[in-house]
Design a protein around this ligand. Structure first.
Ligand SMILES: Nc1ncnc2c1ncn2[C@@H]1O[C@H](COP(=O)(O)OP(=O)(O)O)[C@@H](O)[C@H]1O
Ligand SMILES: [Mg+2]
Length: 223
């Protein structure tokens, strides 16, 4: 079972948005998917009520995360996505403790990038793989990313923070889909929003496979 944790102490960076869109993208009958809304604000839970289906399933603010994850694994869940509150509370640390991969959404702005470092510090301390994802970016022009995105990427590289090579653009489709209780792919499968999400999913899936093979090597060399 793979656990993706969406974390950043900056509110509005896109944790809940990416968690909802990715969960709907991942959830198929072959890939049983659970969302855990660990933010007392409950944005994801609100979206899930509008959605009105159990695909993906959602649990709000579980008291005992470790137990909830154990049960999920027994129930055959393959993917768990945990949305966290915009702070550095014990809830965030506990979620990261259980992460296969920590995803740190960030807007391409100085203050957001400063906030990324706090989450990075927790992930590094707990020795968890993590990556920043640039969200809410201006659209590319003629295939070129905006200067502000290139600057953000440069700043993240200078901090030695791995950052996804793509971007999630600021698009009305992302918020309109959520208002309907949907993900971008369901809302409009041919859209740019759905395409970006598909690329993000491919990158995450690859990273997870790399983490697994790295762990596998570790086990073999220890044997
Ligand atoms: N790529 C995007 N395009 C358009 N709107 C976005 C995008 N990402 C986030 N938003 C909007 O920005 C607001 C904050 O995003 P949210 O996911 O709630 O942030 P967080 O969970 O990190 O606090 C929401 O209203 C959301 O719909
Ligand atoms: Mg949120």
């Amino acid at each position: 079972m793979n656990v993706l944790v969406f974390a950043s102490r900056k509110g509005g960076s896109g944790k809940s948005t990416l968690a909802a869109h990715l969960a709907t993208y991942i959830a198929t009958p072959e890939r049983k998917t659970l969302l855990i809304d660990s933010d007392p604000q409950g944005s994801l839970s609100f979206w899930h009520r509008i959605r009105g289906t159990e695909n993906p399933a959602l649990k709000h603010n579980p008291r005992d995360l470790a137990q909830t994850l154990k049960t999920a694994e027994k129930e055959g869940y393959q993917w768990v996505l945990i949305d966290t509150p915009p702070n550095k509370s014990p809830v965030v640390v506990e979620a990261i403790r259980h992460a296969t991969l920590v995803i740190i959404p960030t807007r391409p702005s100085l203050f957001d990038i400063a906030a990324v470092q706090d989450t990075v510090a927790i992930a590094r301390e707990l020795r968890k793989p993590y990556a920043a994802v640039i969200n809410g970016a201006p659209a590319k022009r003629h295939g070129e990313e905006a200067a502000i995105v290139a600057d953000a990427r440069g700043a993240l590289n200078a901090l030695k923070v791995p950052v996804w090579a793509g971007q999630i653009t600021h698009r009305a489709d992302f918020s309109m889909a959520l208002a309907e209780g949907e993900g971008a792919e369901e809302f409009d499968p041919g859209s740019f929003a759905a395409d970006e999400l598909g690329r993000l999913w491919t990158a995450i899936d690859r990273s997870i496979k790399a983490v697994e093979s790295y762990k596998g090597r570790g086990t073999r060399s220890a044997a």
